[in-house]
Design a protein around this ligand. Structure first.
Ligand code: MSP
Length: 641
């Protein structure tokens, strides 16, 4: 019997535009679920939508729509997004489904009957966008501490859950189970910021709106977010229903994968509810970092969201999935920038992996008439490559088990890199010139093809469309013996199969052209600016570091009519900056000029050249660029404020 593995994402708020950041949790959970399936587990992967609450009620009313119809439309688009992103979930739970609401009512009643829920009065501050209640001391400058927006004063009768009763038991559980909250920084945060200072009982019902699960024994009240939303993880499995087979089989969850901002709900409130229900706790809650845009969290109101559908249709789902999983390091935030995305696609996918596959298949085609040769002349030169390929599955598995997805991909790309180096070392084109070297040439190409097969099997969970394309080129499509977990030992590929040259796996992108288009798209995706959205705080402005630079040298970049390569002195250091001003400035005119430089931009490569900053220009209506230079002579390196 295979071991069970139950993984969940949070259930998503029905937002009409989920952005690329939202996709991260689901893509990461999907990759983990697929990897576990590949490695032999009986996996159950749950996602869904969190559809109740005042915010939805208000939005539907604004549109003159019934809330159910309002959410139905949005949820359909969310399901479509997951389809586009190749998310292979086993179940999709909606909190408006009867199978959920009926059980939420039972849970609420059970907790009330046993005295874990009691009636009292709630008074405090409510943030509608976050659907969160705050006490006076929790507010930040009188506003919501999470989103900074205005809060409303509310006072109403409410049912309370005895969260405080479970405080000591929770602390004990967290202290005794170091893996329960991961990464460890989040575990410390929960203990130090919330549990050790002490928990207050939690308001778990509302009378101020109607769009929620009615409390079965008091119809003035609806169940407020916590018990409703968090219970999805067990209602979906049939807990307290006529058929609880899945619940018996899959609960407790092996992993609740959540974004870092909702770790508190999943590691304090949810376990306390489970303790009250006398149910086992999830084995692990993992709080991942965010995908940020230039250091800022993506949000519709900030107008800085990136549309995942557009990205997928432009670059392909696998490239976008690869970027997300590679760019967000274990537990930390990762930055989205068009430059970083294109850099990853060009360098890791087109250059490293794509070229490896096409070079290998082309050489087998050319030197062996497309028939895979056998490895009859193995030498010491092959040992490192073969050992690396043989140990890869274990290494990747260990990283996935620690949810270090970026590291898992890095392991795979280490082998990709080693294969490319092996081609340079063995020089098959030189071996091909000498017929006596044919067995050696065959061995080299066999080793490469076998490494590519292993790489293709292991990237499948992360990039589900790519393996089949590679298997087709290797001539092993549909041969499950060669594409399964058990096939990952080195040497399974049988000589004699016919390889088939195919299209480039990941076509290279013209960086200049693409960055222009993407930035324009980002502009177009912004909502009409409200005065509030257009303004930034002094702190936000202060995050952009500007300095005066002096151009030391400047030259054109071969093959580009737009780009100049400048060496710019900035006080103690000199940086290379690539700037798209070639049309407006001959290189020699810029030498000695003082320019304005953004100094804390993430470096990018443009036309293969590293750019460590940006030179600011004014652009007139005809698109002509003019460098911004200080009015008086000042020292280079001085700050611009
Ligand atoms: N409905 C709640 C969860 C209730 S679970 C019982 C919720 N929904 S959400 O739609 O706001 O977020 C869904 C997931 O998307 C969360 O894991 C959240 O962290 C993730 N992300 C939203 N923006 C994100 C980024 N910019 N980057 C990475 N993940 C982000 O929270």
């Amino acid at each position: 019997m295979p071991e069970k593995f139950y993984i969940t994402t949070p259930i998503y708020y029905p937002s009409d535009k989920l952005h690329i950041g939202h996709s991260y949790t689901t893509v990461a959970a999907d990759a983990i679920a697929r990897f576990k399936k590949l490695s032999g587990y009986d996996v159950y992967f749950l996602t869904g939508t969190d559809e109740h609450g005042q915010k939805i009620e208000r939005k539907a009313a604004e549109k003159g729509m019934d809330p159910q119809r309002f959410v139905d439309e949005i949820v359909a688009s969310i399901r479509q997004l997951w389809k586009t992103m190749n998310i292979e979930y086993d179940d999709f739970i909606r909190t408006t489904e009867d199978r959920h609401t009926a059980v939420v009512q039972k849970i609420f009643k059970k907790l009330y009957d046993q005295g874990d829920i009691y009636k009292s009065e709630y008074e405090g501050w409510y943030c509608t966008p976050c659907e969160a209640f705050w006490t006076q001391t929790q507010l930040k400058d009188g506003n919501c501490p999470d989103c900074g927006r205005k809060v409303e004063r509310v006072k109403e009768e409410s049912y309370f859950f005895r969260l405080s009763k479970y405080q000591d038991k929770l602390i004990k559980h967290i202290e005794e189970n170091p893996d329960f909250i991961q990464p460890v920084s989040r575990r410390n945060e929960m203990l130090n910021n919330f549990l050790y200072p002490g928990l207050e009982d939690l308001s778990v019902s509302r009378t101020s709106f109607k769009w929620g699960v009615p409390v079965s024994f008091d119809d003035k009240h609806v169940v407020y977010v916590w018990i409703d939303a968090l219970s999805n993880y067990i209602t979906a499995l049939g807990y307290l229903s006529d058929n609880d087979e899945k619940f018996k089989k899959y609960w407790p969850a092996d992993i609740h994968l959540v974004g870092k901002e909702i770790v508190r709900f999943h590691t304090i409130i949810w376990p306390a509810i489970l303790m009250a229900l006398d149910l086992p706790l999830p084995k692990q809650v993992f709080g991942h970092g965010w995908l940020v845009l230039d250091g800022d969290k993506m949000s519709k109101s900030k107008g800085n969201v990136i549309d995942p559908v557009k990205l997928c249709s432009k670059y392909g789902v696998d490239a976008v999935r690869y970027f997300l999983l590679r760019e967000i390091p274990f537990g930390s935030d990762g930055n989205f920038s068009n430059g970083a995305l294109i850099y990853r696609i060009n360098s890791d996918l087109a250059n490293d992996l794509g070229n490896l596959v096409s070079r290998t298949v082309t050489m087998i085609d050319k030197y062996f008439d497309s028939v895979l040769p056998k490895a009859s002349d193995t030498r010491a030169q092959d040992t490192e490559l073969v050992e690396m390929a043989s140990g890869l599955a274990k290494e990747v598995e260990a990283s996935v088990n620690e949810l270090q997805l970026s590291a898992a991909l890095a392991h795979i790309w280490k082998l990709v890199g080693r294969c490319n180096k092996y081609i340079d070392e063995t020089m098959p084109w030189a071996l091909a010139k000498d017929s006596a070297q044919k067995p050696r040439l065959g061995t080299v190409l066999y080793n490469l093809a076998e490494c590519i097969r292993i790489i293709a099997v292991l990237i499948g969970p992360f990039m589900p469309q790519t393996p089949d394309k590679i298997f087709a080129q290797l001539g092993i499509s549909g041969n499950t013996d060669l594409t399964s977990w058990d096939s990952l030992a080195f040497g399974r590929l049988t000589p004699g199969i016919k390889v088939l040259k195919g299209d480039a796996l990941f076509p290279r992108i013209d960086v200049e052209k693409e960055l222009g288009t993407l930035n324009a798209q980002l502009q177009a995706g912004k909502p009409p600016e409200t005065p509030e959205a257009a303004q930034i705080s002094i702190d936000e402005f202060a995050r952009v570091l500007l300095a005066v630079g002096k151009v030391v040298s400047c030259e054109r970049i071969a093959g580009s009519d737009k780009l100049l390569k400048l060496q710019v002195a900035l006080g103690q250091e000199t940086r290379q900056i690539i700037s798209g001003i070639a049309k407006w400035y001959p290189p020699e005119e810029l030498v000695g000029k003082l320019v304005t430089v953004v100094t804390n931009l993430k470096p990018v490569k443009l036309k293969g050249e590293l750019s460590e900053g940006m030179i600011l220009c004014a652009e007139d209506s005809a698109g002509r660029l003019s460098i911004i230079s200080p009015e008086k002579e000042v020292d280079h390196g001085c700050q611009i404020r």
